[in-house]
Design a protein around this ligand. Structure first.
Ligand code: ZN
Ligand code: ZN
Length: 990
């Protein structure tokens, strides 16, 4: 019987991460390896002896057995050796067999049994990877112990025997960026059954669970982890290239794979360690993180002033962290990363799938909301029937339609079909701490993602929570049609829009749902999700081509670090907000009161003006009466009829005029030939116009019958004139709304660019591109202005429209009567609008100060309690000489230093001119009062972590975090650019 031919899938990822799948027979593989060896030999024979010497030891990658053990030890340079192998051949081969091929190529070591004989692994990728993962899983607890032993050694007397049998020790090629050693001698005890555990005890991690051929030092992996924490775009490949550079050898895909594989396991070890640390600290209950991670949100104290909202959270989805469907070897990685408490499980999210009845979506519904849309062929509508978060309401409000039409492409319900996970959906507290994450799976933003976040929030965050969402208005309605409705109401939750996105909503929605208007929100804009997504873009380049498992691991890693940074930034956050609020009050309060006085009003009159505005807008929103629409249609048709009649007349005249002067009823042959075609054309033209007239006339007659009009209206009739005015107003209104929609859309594009954080050149380029696109805005302005004289309203200039007050006044401009007779409506007067807006902001600023007072005292109390708690924990761990004393101490040390820096900021807030809070810690709700204050007034040298203060510039008033390109030099040149940036700033702080 002929042997069954076996196939192995080989994948060669190139730099861009695209994969080419080739199928290579295992027989063929043997041949290829032989030919590789042949070529190696050829290359060697042609090299000068000095070169050959340099590369000699590297032959541990060749097929030949080393001639003597001494040779192996003398130069087992894995890196140089690898480089000598033909890249083409090897990059394919090496991936097929990973560990086994490596075994085969390695020089002899004490632990290796298969010498020189190649064992072809014929299992498919999935079996092989599953088996490898299972082996790692079994090994993990031992590896964690070994890692702790290595990382935090604590010598106990009599720990190591004086003499040790070294027969089981082994040599292994290693990568270590700190020593640049190419091999390491690993001590191993006779009774040690594995290779990986002694390796870990010596500070290395093998590339495969059993019989590793290569190891990477923990310190190298830790360096990569740290780099990634602070530069999420740092790819494994970039790091592998760095390593190769240090090892003075060309880069090979193989190193990337080794780093990548070992890094997975390294992170798994760290997570296990982290879990033990959290257990020791009592931070391991299921919802501990969301309930405690952000002290200003969660560390509630006894006797705090009442606030309308206990917490403010934001929800949003984003597509940048999407992931392509996998090909090749990576398909086989079926691991599921469920160790993250950031992630809501897919099952939980899916349980909200049928909460909202899906709706067939109609195309852009009304002409008033119509904006230009761009479509590309590569886009594909997916899940079109699935419910989105705005589907639950009885009526889809106009602002939902606006939103959908105007939102960026990424918000739309389309996605490249090549993606599996199409992005993430996220919720976070106002201070930027992440609450939960879930994957959006082959869909746009569906209701289930937001609902699962809200459900989880209702369960864990308690009462009085406000959630901001860019479609918060209709989402709020949606919730009321789901099983969450009762809880949502009884727990006094509410939904609102966020500040900048809110400007795309209808005015009536803005007057109710905008954070600048809602009482109790302080100066919170609820746009923090946008900032999180903008930052997490750094991660996006890498996650797109990762396996599902790795993508989640990296997202989890990223958000953990994100939260750490948010914690250390809390002091700046509170100080910044406090200062901002004080400044607003300081700058504006007296000015506004005086202006009010000048208008003959007082503060108590203002609420009525806001009510008047709402009443007006509500009445404006009443749909146009049906008769008006019918009359408009009729008058429109009359106008069309008049035009058609004119056209008919002129074509008739042309036809008559063209009858030659010497017209004879029987023209000569020549006359007939030259004039015939032209005459026929004018005749056809005339006939068509005549037919059109007849057709419109018929339609008019039908309408007149239906409308009971006995005599056809003429332009002299008052009804005709009224309707004509109505038509003009309507056109004006439509044009104006489209203009406002376009302005908002441009603003959103600009803000999405996050102009502040990108390099000057790119920024300039983008601004110019946008400027050129503002032709569309100019065209609409012209359209509006053509209608303006008839309606007796002022024409708009480009400057008017791009001024931020434009959007605030669209609903006033839209009503020509109101625009003309503003004196009748106090709230619509420009002076009053200015006062009203500033007065609202002053009120929000006052609320902000109350919120800051609460937040800063919570943080202070939390730090004080935590410091004491840390002492207790450390004492306990020391007493039982626990294995996790090391990592716990490390965690606590870092945290204490951060706390110290935070205390300095807190002190700074206490000394602010205008600080109105209580400058001492309080007592946590439900906790007994046994605590003495941490003395904030210690001398610098007294505190054990005082040295940090040298690094904390406490006097700096500038709290900009992050690396900003210093490009101020060129900025002055581009005034347009600066203007746009200013506009964006305005909107993001709105
Ligand atoms: Zn918070
Ligand atoms: Zn809305």
């Amino acid at each position: 019987m002929a042997p069954k031919r076996r196939w192995t899938t080989v994948m060669e990822p190139d730099e861009e991460g695209e994969q080419e799948i080739r199928r290579v027979g295992t027989q063929h593989l043997g041949k290829r390896m032989a030919s590789t060896q042949q070529r190696l030999d050829l290359v060697h024979s042609a090299l000068p002896s000095s070169s050959s010497r340099l590369l000699a030891g590297s032959n541990d990658y060749s097929m030949a057995e080393p001639s003597s053990p001494a040779e192996t030890v003398s130069d087992p340079d894995p890196v140089a050796g690898d480089a000598a192998v033909d890249e083409d051949e090897d990059s394919g081969v090496e991936q097929i067999i990973n560990g086994d091929w490596d075994d085969f190529r390695l020089s002899g070591t004490a632990w290796r049994h298969r010498k020189g004989r190649r064992r072809i692994d014929t299992r498919d990728w999935k079996t092989r990877i599953d088996s490898s993962n299972e082996k790692w899983r079994v090994l993990l607890p031992n590896l964690v112990d070994a890692y702790l032993e290595f990382k935090y050694p604590h010598k106990v007397a009599g720990d190591t025997p004086a003499t040790r049998d070294t027969a089981w020790d082994f040599e292994i090629p290693v990568l270590d960026i700190f020593t640049l050693k190419t091999s390491a001698n690993i001590p191993r005890l006779a009774e040690e059954p594995t290779i990986s555990v002694p390796l870990a005890k010596a500070g290395f991690l093998g590339n495969v669970p059993e019989a590793p051929s290569f190891a990477v030092s923990f310190s190298t992996l830790e360096l990569y982890r740290t780099l990634r924490l602070f530069k999420a775009s740092m790819s494994v490949e970039a790091f592998a290239r760095t390593l190769c550079y240090y090892y003075q050898t060309p880069y090979r895909v193989r190193y990337r794979n080794i780093i990548s594989d070992t890094f997975d396991i390294y992170l798994a070890i760290l997570r296990a360690v982290d879990k033990s640390v959290r257990e020791e600290l009592g931070h391991d209950s299921p919802d501990w993180r969301v309930q405690n991670a952000c002290p200003p949100c969660s560390y509630e104290l006894e006797g705090e002033p009442h606030t309308k909202f206990r917490r403010m959270i934001g929800l949003d989805g984003n597509n940048s962290l999407k992931r392509q469907k996998m090909l090749g070897r990576r398909v086989a990685d079926t691991r599921v990363f469920d160790k993250s408490d950031y992630y809501l499980s897919r099952e939980f999210v899916d349980s909200f799938e049928n909460e909202v009845p899906s709706r067939q979506h109609t195309k852009a519904t009304s002409p008033e909301t119509e904006t230009e849309t761009e479509t590309g062929d590569e886009w594909e509508d997916i899940d079109d029937d699935a419910a989105d978060p705005t589907d639950g309401g009885d009526q889809a409000s106009a602002c939902t339609r606006n939103w959908k039409a105007g939102a960026a492409d990424s918000k739309k319900r389309k996605m490249w079909a090549i993606f599996d996970e199409t992005g993430i959906f996220l919720s976070a507290c106002q201070h930027g701490f992440i609450l939960w994450v879930c994957d959006m799976v082959q869909s746009g933003e569906l209701s289930k993602y937001a609902l699962s976040m809200t459900a989880k929030g209702l369960e864990t965050l308690g009462d009085n929570v406000v959630q901001g969402y860019d479609i918060g208005c209709s989402y709020g309605e949606t919730i009321l049609h789901t099983s969450l409705a009762a809880r949502f109401k009884s727990q006094h939750w509410r939904s609102c829009v966020n500040a900048m996105h809110g400007s795309l909503h209808e005015i009536i929605c803005r007057l109710v749902n905008h954070p600048g208007i809602i009482e109790g929100l302080g100066l919170e804009d609820l746009e923090h999700l946008e900032r999180i997504f903008s930052a997490s873009n750094a991660l996006a380049a890498g996650t797109r081509f990762m396996t599902a498992y790795r993508r989640r691991v990296f997202i989890d890693l990223y958000f953990r670090q994100w939260d750490d940074e948010k914690y250390s930034n809390l002091g700046n956050f509170l100080l910044g907000n406090y200062r901002q609020a004080l400044k607003i009050i300081d700058d504006d309060e007296q000015v506004v009161l005086k202006a009010l006085n000048d208008e003959g009003l007082c503060e108590d009159d203002l609420p009525q003006l806001f009510k008047d505005e709402i009443v007006y807008v509500q009445s404006m929103n009443v749909r146009e009466p049906n008769e008006d629409a019918v009359a408009a249609e009729y008058v429109g048709l009359l106008q069309e009829y008049a035009d058609a009649r004119n056209a008919e007349e002129s074509s008739f005249n042309t036809f008559v005029n063209e009858i030659p002067a010497n017209y004879a009823s029987t023209p000569s042959e020549q006359q007939w030939g030259s004039g015939r075609s032209h005459t026929m054309r004018t005749e056809t033209h005339r006939r068509r116009n005549h037919e059109k007239c007849l057709e419109i006339d018929t339609r008019l007659s039908v309408m007149e019958r239906a409308m009971n009009i006995e005599r056809r209206w003429t332009p002299a009739d008052s009804k005709y004139q009224q309707t004509l005015k109505y038509i003009k107003e309507r056109r004006y209104r439509i044009a104006l709304r489209r203009l406002a929609g376009l302005v908002v859309k441009r603003l959103m594009e600009l803000s999405a660019m996050n102009l502040a954080n990108i390099a000057y050149k790119v920024r300039t380029h983008m601004c110019k591109a946008l400027m050129s696109r503002q032709k569309a805005i100019r065209t609409l302005i012209e359209q509006v202005n053509r209608l303006a004289p008839d309606l007796g309203v002022k024409k708009l200039s480009f400057a008017d429209v791009t001024h931020y007050e434009f959007l605030d006044q669209v609903h006033i401009l839209i009503d020509p009567n109101l625009a003309k007779e503003r004196s009748n409506a106090k709230w619509a007067q420009p002076v009053m609008r200015n006062i009203m807006r500033r007065w609202q902001r002053i009120n929000r600023a006052k609320e902000e100060i109350v919120r800051c007072n609460i937040g800063v005292r919570r943080l202070h109390t939390h730090i004080q309690d935590e410091e004491k708690f840390f002492d207790t924990v450390l004492e306990g761990l020391t007493a039982k000489s626990s294995a996790v004393l090391g990592p716990t101490t490390e965690y606590i040390t870092r945290r204490r230093r951060t706390n110290f820096a935070l205390l300095l900021r807190i002190q700074q807030i206490y000394t602010l001119d205008g600080f109105t809070g209580i400058p001492t810690p309080g007592q946590r709700k439900g906790k007994s009062a046994d605590s003495a204050d941490i003395n904030l007034n210690w001398n610098r040298g007294d505190h054990p972590w005082a040295q940090v203060s040298d690094r904390v510039n406490i006097d700096s008033g500038n709290f900009n975090v992050g690396d900003e390109d210093d490009d101020s030099g060129g900025e002055q040149d581009d005034v347009e650019c600066a203007q746009i940036s200013g506009y964006v700033d305005y909107f993001s702080s709105m």
